[in-house]
Design a protein around this ligand. Structure first.
Ligand code: MN
Ligand code: MN
Length: 258
């Protein structure tokens, strides 16, 4: 019996620099099913396909259709896992979650805080989702980890909305707080150092290792009700190695959702 709802959002219209993340969902699935690895997460859980109700990949023409698609996925009452897509998709996804769960806690792992009010004239750019989430009061608590690109505007917005940021320069795994409420995890692949995940649009050196990210996931102390993996850009990948990292993190996160 399926326990997790899986949806792919093939959308990269709000990417500011390079397109490509719309191509990601089928390649992450392919890496997850690859014969080069098994289905087990490190805690000994077999993350087999029968645990997943896979809705397939949606190609999106209207940005806010993502809200409706996610609302439909949530109707099954299971945690919903989204494969992106660029990071703009997280705002409409969280809108749908808020209608079901009320204001939730969010753990956001990324090189970027994505707290711009607008970028290149687009207030729904992939640089803006967490500004929109906080402005619309959709999160009770937003904790950001791995950030290493803050400018003055984003620092001001973080202060205004009381975003808790663990900047990469100060990162220690012991600084990750414990949570009190069900959690949504939003994972931008560029949080990882480009050495570990070259398949992203924005290479930001000095990032997290794959091991550090897995340790963060394994340390989460509350149920995960929803998650996304976004910003994988297959056009920049080398030998599908970043797709394999996505698949690995997918298994580790699903294991925490069960
Ligand atoms: Mn992002
Ligand atoms: Mn990013």
């Amino acid at each position: 019996m399926a326990k997790i709802t899986l949806q792919g959002i093939a959308y990269d219209e709000k990417s500011s620099f390079l397109k490509g993340p719309r191509l990601a969902p089928p390649l992450i699935r392919e890496a997850y099913h690859s014969n080069s690895a098994n289905y087990f997460s490190e805690d000994g859980t077999s993350i087999t396909p029968d645990l997943l109700n896979d809705k397939g990949d949606y190609s999106i023409s209207e940005y806010f259709d993502i809200d409706k698609i996610t609302a439909k996925s949530l109707e099954e009452g299971n945690p919903v896992f989204t494969l992106g897509g660029d990071h703009s998709i997280t705002f409409p996804i969280i809108k749908a979650f808020q209608k079901v769960y009320g204001t939730i806690d969010i753990l956001h792992i990324d090189a970027h805080s994505d707290l711009y009010s607008s970028l290149d004239g687009d207030s729904f750019s992939h640089a803006c989702p967490f500004y929109n989430i906080m402005k619309n009061n959709l999160a009770n608590r937003l904790v950001q980890v791995g950030i290493r690109t803050l400018n003055s505007e984003q620092r001001e917005n973080a202060k205004k909305y009381e975003v808790e940021i663990i900047e990469m320069k100060d990162f220690e795994s012991t600084k990750i707080p414990t949570f009190q409420n069900p959690l949504y995890l939003s994972f931008d692949m560029d949080a990882l150092d480009p050495a570990f995940a070259p398949g992203v649009s924005h290479h930001e050196p000095g990032g997290l290792s794959t091991r550090q990210v897995i340790n963060i996931i394994q340390g989460i102390n509350v149920p995960i009700i929803g998650a996304d993996i976004v910003e994988y850009n297959p056009k920049r990948d080398i030998n599908n190695m970043t797709a394999m990292v996505c698949a690995k993190l997918f298994k580790e996160i699903v294991s925490k959702m069960l």
